[in-house]
Every structure is written in structure tokens, then in C-alpha cells.
Design a protein around this ligand. Sequence first.
Ligand SMILES: [Zn+2]
Length: 303
Amino acid sequence: MRWQTTIETAVSEAGIGLHSGLESRLWIRPAPADHGIVFYHRAKQVFIPAQVDHTQNLGYATRVGLGEAAVSTVEHLLSALNGLGIDNALIEIEGEEIPILDGSAIPFVELIDAAGIRKLDRPVTAIRMTRPIEVRDGEKWMRAEPAAVFSVDYRISFDNPIVGYQRYAGVIDPDVYRQAIAPARTFGFLKDVTYLKNQGLALGGSFTNCVVLDDRQVVSGELRFPDEFVRHKVLDLIGDLSLLEYPLIGAVTAHKAGHALHAALVRKILAHPECWEIVGGDVSGAFVMPYPLDVEATAALAM
Ligand SMILES: [Zn+2]
């Protein structure tokens, strides 16, 4: 079992939000052991733990909110933190949406690398699946089942000749995440652009932060992988699984899933403690410790 981690020093990045089109700035700050990943909405001065209970409006993106404060499109940043095994961090945001940057998790991986990773003096607590759990929505389904390590088997099927059927399957560790998952960018279809913009979505979308396709080809430039689309779905899944708050030891299969089903799986896992056990760490009995927000998160802010 590994030790908990945080980052060595605070790092910052700015850019526009994919959906709002508005500029925002974020700071990733070190945090103590057992703090978890917590957002801090600077203007409203509200701490929002990255927990599934504080997740809202799942559709095209994942949003966390508490009271009047909300932060949108958190999944690529959460994915980078989870993919690299960062257990504790305070994400301070000036604005309402995490910048989309190049549409992948690589800019966040580079930020974390620039900060450095610090080992803390407490072991990681993980959730190890002992029995399978499944969620289903029509033809979409997901399953988490017992396995020795975390692995993903993701399948997508789009009625589009470029995307079509794609599958990515394998064990995910920080090295695999860096090389094979983090570079995969978000994608969208040209025919959906007008609809999305009318819904107030994708207002910041462009060829520089999104792979855009029409019915015959990619119109925004070269792909980074022939199967970049399914790899991006894995990236999103790793971000959404961080809402479990603890690393998952088990095999996750996803068939035509998306943010809403990812969150449904997280909720179902948390609702069925008879299907998993806590390993490592020193949590005895009670699960989902309340964050000592006012004390520890504030201490982290001062770091
Ligand atoms: Zn995404």
C-alpha cells in the first residue's frame, strides 16, 4: 500500500471555460493527509469537497457545488489528480469553470509535475471491490468488480465513421495514465455545435481545445491517437471516479457510458458497502469521514 500524497508547492493556470467561454484562474495548493480534494470558490468563499453528494448537472460535464457556489467542468483536473495518485489538494478557483486549456489532462499533468509530488506520512485508504456492482440506463451500462488492481475496459459506439466502435482496456497506473490517457482530448460533433450554443454550452469551444468531427472526417486537425475518443472517455471516467474520495481497487467496465452513469456507479458503490472493503489507512468502521473543512482546508490555503 502506498503513502498518501499532495503536491510540493502551489501552482496556477488560467484559461477559458469550455462551456461558459469565460476566463478563470485556478491554483492547485498542497493539503495535509486525509484532506482529500477540495475546491475553494474564491468569490463566494465556499469550500466544496470533491464528493459525489456535491455533484450537480451531469450531462456534458461534471460540476461540483455547495450552496450558492459551484465549479463546472472539474473532470479533467480531477482526472489528472486521480490518474497521478494525488490524494490531497486544495483547488482554489477565481471564476466558475475550470479552464479547458487544450481539452486534455496534459496541461494539468504538467502543472502537477512542475509543482512536484510530496509523500505524506499516512498510508492511502482504498476501496477494494469484493462483489460486483452494476448500473444500467437502457443500452448503457457499467460494472465494478473485484480485481487485484484498478483496470478499465471502456467501449463506445457512435454512428459516425471516424469514431465508430472503439474499446480501450487495461490496467491504469500513473505511467499508463500519463502516456496513454492524459493526452486524449475532449471531442464534439460539428452538427451539435448550434444546439449546444443555444443551450449556453460549448461557448468556449474551438478547434484548439476540442477534437471536432463532421460526418466524414476530423475537421480540427490531427488526432493524437487513432482511438483518442475512447481514451478521452477513460480520462473522464478516472476524473469522475475520484468522487469516491478513495482510490478504487477493482475492474471497471463501461459500455457507452458518460458522466451521468459514471456518477451513478459511484453513488451505487457508496450505497453498497457490503460489496467492498476498506484497505490500508486507519479508518475503523465508519466510512466517508466529514472533512474538517474550516480547520484543515483553511490551513492548506495559507500554505
Ligand atoms: Zn472530458
